[in-house]
Design a protein. Structure first.
Length: 165
């Protein structure tokens, strides 16, 4: 069945400005430098017409993983994540997917960035699926919790970036 991910973040800037930051290579490089963890890297970046797709690698040191995850994964956790952004009417939307090293399963989600009365809102929904008998559900919930924390940190970084640039 999977564990659900839901996250919302508000910005004081219009969606077009937030989107421009979200898909800016300098923004992505800086975000990875600050939040990407061990061996973080922008692996691929493609802008085609109005759409942008990029692939990121992020790392989590083994010592920062919950014990239930360390029982399955020996060593550091490597996450490879793909995001595809596109205009969606007056808003922006897209998809994201991720794989986690040594974990049989995946993370899939959708997001939307739209104007609100006082700026814009970024909303993300998704599912984490881990195919491990007996403990898969526990690992799913840990990963979903960590992804939600990462999304919150990325939103905070984006707000800081927008205020400085």
């Amino acid at each position: 069945m999977g564990s659900r991910i839901e996250h919302r973040a508000g910005f004081t800037r219009p969606a077009a400005e937030v989107h421009a930051a979200f898909v800016d290579r300098a923004f992505l490089d800086e975000r990875l430098s600050r939040l990407g963890g061990k061996n973080a890297e922008l692996l691929d970046y493609t802008a085609n017409g109005a759409g942008v797709t990029f692939k990121l690698r992020q790392g989590v040191p083994a010592e920062k993983l919950p014990s239930v995850v360390r029982t399955l994964i020996k060593g550091d956790l490597i996450v490879e994540r793909v995001e595809s952004w596109r205009p969606d009417g007056a808003a922006f939307g897209g998809t994201t997917s991720a794989t986690v090293s040594a974990v049989p399963g995946d993370i899939k989600g959708t997001f939307r960035l739209a104007d609100t009365g006082g700026g814009s809102e970024w909303s993300t929904t998704g599912d984490v699926k881990v195919s491990v008998p007996f403990i898969g559900g526990k690992i799913e919930s840990v990963i979903a919790e960590q992804v939600t924390k990462l999304l919150a940190a990325e939103a905070e970084f984006a707000a800081e970036w927008l205020s400085e640039h």
